[in-house]
Design a protein around this ligand. Structure first.
Ligand code: ATP
Ligand code: MG
Length: 709
């Protein structure tokens, strides 16, 4: 096939190895993602496989869009976008077809973090849990533990419509509330999918038969649950193709398990070692930093490209100077003909974006923040979406509570309490309860404002069947007077955000028109998976983002900012996870540096740290680059690097001491998933602790435990 001419021999081997278990292990910019796209086209064009029989998993929604785009230019048949998606969106597609089997409606809802917190607070209030002692976040971690222990048991006991209705504590109450509105959180999407596959053989054979080929990008960041699901899905045809780079594993803190990718037993193993993305100097900087990780299989990347300009390290007297220098460099580049979107500014923590944003605004440079305040978590967006959610489903009590008094309809806490009680008695959702009470002429609820509200939602339902979501939203904004409210608030930003939402809906409608699924339900399930407005993707703007967000992407010019010891590497991560924490920080640095195609700027500034007030010193990662590789600007005082060395040595000594001592039985410790527990004993042979948690005992390595002060 012609399109294979643009690949090197190893890439072609990976592309054409269609059968069995295949793995590609390769460094950044070596064409892993490119191979994935070509392989999809090869399967369709050369082997005649229908796109609907191929599952192609990417790590983010954005990456999925990009992948669809690349692939559709290479294949000639039909819609290709059925199953090019993230693992969570795959589960949503799966569940829309299969969830009826366990008594859930097709339009089940998806809880994001804020929805979950609202439910958690309700359950905690009902059981009189002191929220000053236990935050909603901690509460949810406990619920996650409860789920993680035994997926089958918690689904059967708590989340099936037939489960018992007794409610011993707030956590179980939370699950009941979740069930009442048929809501799934992100973990549940995977758990429910696995549950159905395990309990319904005909569903299992349908899907394992349908999915002839499964491909996974960024497999180093899959969790054990993800791998479990992949294993089941691939059991029919046995064709599982995984690509990844262990040096870019950056989600261990959130449960990813890179070991499972490293240990993956493949029939065909392909290594790619030529980097097509970056100049030799950029690559040398990346290679020299990652070489400091002890826990890795050494691999080196080479490039046939030529150096154009050197990698620059800039030291600054203040954060403001750092930000202004970046903005000035970008402005100059644009004057010389570069496009704004060829520049990306990367940082370890999102708070750093503020100074950069201000500097860019001053220079009147267009920019977009990815992963700042997440678009769909902004207040006004949640308001509007709640209207849509209630229109989509009677059961959505969270949405109802959010909008019943927005704009104000004289529906305060007392009304809410009374309505909840009645709804509870009747075992009905809040909205239908309100509707019945109006019909019954209830003194409190049968009044014009309530009637109008119910009519507004009912009218929305009639409209939803005939007009697109974007138009429906427009109507609701006007009819509910929400638009007036935002206008009166004199907060331009809110209206702009709402307009951006409508924009994003139109985008959705354009994409979905071919698939024939532009229903309100389809839209709501889609956006529940978003963390950002995807509409901003193509605009010509400077891109600001955290390094986590930049994974898999490439930009002509990259600024890695805030390279201060403590911020990057982040000392909190190192304190919590010691060497593992440090190495994950270093992999983040490797990811950041390898995003650059032609030009890379590393920068940091003098001053004091926000949290501790301690003096700032340059990051150890800057020290790890061999002399002469960086062009140094801003004349940093050598004393500063002495400070870095002292700081690193001090931290190592502090953590080193703690790790040699053996904790006595009874010592209180915490674990990120299992929560708080107590040491039972130490097993010197296995070098592990037996720890007693609320849900049972576990044998765990010291590095995953933190001693409670
Ligand atoms: P990352 O690890 O950052 O995700 P990757 O291994 O997925 O990187 P790609 O994004 O697929 O790498 O490729 C990096 C760049 O190199 C892209 O611009 C891609 O088009 C280009 N490239 C890859 N292989 C070739 C090739 N054989 N010929 C020309 N360009 C290539
Ligand atoms: Mg990639």
């Amino acid at each position: 096939m012609d399109f294979l001419k643009t690949l090197n021999p190893n890439q072609i081997r990976a592309t054409e190895a269609s059968e069995g278990r295949v793995r590609v292990v390769a460094g950044a910019g070596s064409g892993k993602t490119r191979v994935l796209a070509h392989r999809f086209a090869f399967l369709v064009n050369d082997l005649g496989i229908a796109p609907g029989n191929i599952l192609c998993l990417t790590f983010t929604n954005k990456a999925a869009q990009e992948m669809k785009h690349r692939i559709s230019s290479m294949v000639d048949r039909g819609a290709v976008n059925d199953f090019i998606c993230t693992i969570h969106s795959f589960c949503v597609k799966f569940l829309r077809r299969e969830i009826y089997r366990i008594g859930y409606p097709k339009n089940f809802s998806i809880l994001d973090e804020e929805d979950a917190k609202t439910l958690a607070k309700q359950a905690m209030n009902e059981f009189g849990v002191d929220r000053k002692k236990l935050t909603a976040e901690r509460f949810l971690t406990k619920v996650a533990m409860l789920k993680g222990y035994d997926i089958d048991a918690y689904i059967q006991r708590h989340l099936l419509p037939a489960s018992s209705s007794d409610c011993p504590d707030a956590q179980v109450r939370y699950l009941r509330l979740q069930l009442k509105q048929y809501a799934l959180d992100y973990d549940d999407l995977i758990y429910f999918t696995i549950y159905i596959l395990n309990h319904f053989p005909d569903a299992r054979s349908y899907w394992t038969d349908k999915l002839n080929y499964i491909m996974v990008d960024e497999a180093q960041d899959c969790s054990a649950d993800d791998w479990h699901l992949l294993k089941i899905l691939a059991e029919g045809h046995g064709n599982l193709f995984v690509v990844g780079d262990p040096d870019q594993a950056i989600y261990e803190w959130r449960g990813a398990n890179p070991r499972m990718f490293v240990d993956f037993k493949a029939a065909t193993d392909v290594i790619l070692d030529r980097n097509y993305r970056s100049t030799p100097d950029i690559l040398d900087v990346a290679n020299s930093i990652i070489a400091h990780n002890r826990n890795r299989v050494p691999k080196d990347l080479y490039t046939a490209r030529l150096n154009e300009r050197r990698v620059i390290y800039r030291h600054h007297k203040s954060e403001r100077e750092e930000a202004e220098t970046i903005a000035a460099t970008i402005a100059e580049g644009i004057r010389n003909g570069a496009k704004a979107n060829s520049f990306a500014v990367l940082f370890r923590s999102s708070f750093i974006s503020r100074t950069i944003e201000q500097a860019l605004l001053k220079q009147k440079l267009p920019y977009a923040v990815w992963g700042g305040v997440r678009f769909f978590e902004r207040r006004e967006i949640k308001d509007v979406v709640s209207y849509l959610k209630l229109i989509a489903s009677d059961n959505d009590d969270v949405a109802f509570s959010r909008i019943i008094n927005l704009p104000a309809r004289k529906f305060g806490a007392a009304s809410m309490k009374e309505l909840s009680l009645i709804a509870e008695e009747r075992e009905a959702p809040l909205f239908t309860t309100l509707r019945s009470l109006i019909v019954e002429g209830h003194r409190r609820f049968d009044r014009p404002a309530m009637r109008q509200f119910v009519e507004l939602i009912e009218q929305g339902r009639r409209l939803a069947a005939s007009i697109p979501v974007s138009e429906l939203t427009d109507r609701i904004l006007v009819d509910s007077r929400l638009a007036d409210l935002y206008r009166m608030d004199e907060k331009e930003e809110r209206l702009e955000n709402v307009n951006e939402l409508i924009n994003a809906m139109k985008e959705f409608e354009r994409v979905q028109r071919d698939d024939g699924d532009m229903t309100l339900d389809g839209y709501l399930q889609e956006i529940a998976l978003y963390t950002n407005p995807d509409a901003a993707t193509d605009a010509d703007r400077v891109k600001l983002m955290t390094i986590h967000q930049s994974k898999g992407l490439e930009f002509d010019t990259v600024f890695v900012t805030g390279l201060t010891e403590g911020i990057f590497p982040n000392h909190r991560s190192i304190r919590e996870r010691r060497q593992d924490g440090e190495e994950e920080e270093r992999r983040l640095m490797y990811v950041a540096v390898t995003r650059a195609i032609n030009m890379l700027y590393l920068s940091e500034a003098e001053g004091y740290l926000n949290d501790s007030g301690a003096m700032k010193y340059p990051s150890r990662f800057l020290v790890e680059v061999p002399d002469g590789l960086l062009e140094v600007q801003g004349d940093p005082d050598p004393v500063l690097f002495e400070g870095t060395r002292r700081l690193v040595a001090g931290l190592n000594a502090e953590l080193g001491e703690g790790s040699e001592e053996v904790w006595a039985p009874g010592t209180r410790v915490t674990h990120r998933v299992f929560g708080e527990g107590e040491i039972v004993r130490f097993d010197p042979q296995a070098q592990s602790y037996r720890v007693r948690f609320v849900g049972g005992e576990r044998d765990l390595l010291p590095r995953v435990l933190t001693r409670k002060p």
